[in-house]
Design a protein around this ligand. Structure first.
Ligand code: GDP
Ligand code: MG
Length: 180
């Protein structure tokens, strides 16, 4: 019998404080959501196993402990990342503007061999808020941002309602695998 291939993929999640990075991870890994603001889940990373075709994939998803406020995530946070998830809050325009800085920070700190081909995935989170009536960034503007950066995959998500969360992380795994 064939032994399935195994892959361990390091995934890091970047974006302004409060956009829902920890919530998205918690929803995906534990299927839990909390309104309470918690700056950290108290661990460097959480893991989730999934199967893609004949491959067993372990996603090692790294969270920050709130240091993103100061843009001071250590080198070990970035080092060896196989995929970088960028997150903004669709209701707060500033968090979309900062994406550019996070994108650049990542490329500078992680210094991937082929920056043009490095797998990023963008998540526009909190689409549930106010039934979508408080949106500050349109889907079109977000998709254009992605298109002008080598066609970064884009998902609109709600960690609160679980909307698109599994699909987004599946795409993360697929994109990272394809780049391996
Ligand atoms: P982080 O600083 O990026 O890790 O953000 P958190 O995950 O700590 O979330 C910040 C706040 O936003 C918390 O109060 C969460 O409950 C809330 N939150 C996160 N995701 C969503 C979402 O999709 N919808 C709504 N309504 N609230 C969210
Ligand atoms: Mg957090």
């Amino acid at each position: 019998m064939l032994t399935p291939q195994r892959s361990l993929l390091k995934v890091i999640v970047l974006g302004d404080s409060g956009v829902g990075k920890t919530s998205l991870m918690n929803k995906y890994v534990y299927n839990k959501f909390s309104q309470q603001y918690k700056a950290t889940i108290g661990a460097d990373f959480v893991t989730k196993e999934l199967q893609i075709d004949d491959k067993l994939v372990t996603l090692q998803i790294w969270d920050t402990a709130g240091q993103e406020r100061f843009h001071s995530l250590g080198v070990s946070f970035y080092r060896g990342a196989d995929c970088c998830i960028l997150v903004y809050d669709v209701n707060i325009h500033k968090t979309f503007e900062t994406l550019q800085t996070w994108h650049q920070d990542f490329l500078r700190q992680a210094d991937p061999i082929n920056p043009e081909l490095f797998p990023f995935v963008l998540l526009g989170n909190k689409v549930d808020v106010d039934g979508g009536n408080s949106r500050a960034v349109s889907e079109k503007v977000a998709r254009d941002w992605c298109a002008s950066r080598g066609n970064i995959p884009y998902f609109e998500t709600s960690a609160k309602e679980g909307y698109n969360v599994d699909d987004a992380f599946l795409c993360v795994a697929q994109t990272a695998l394809a780049a391996e």
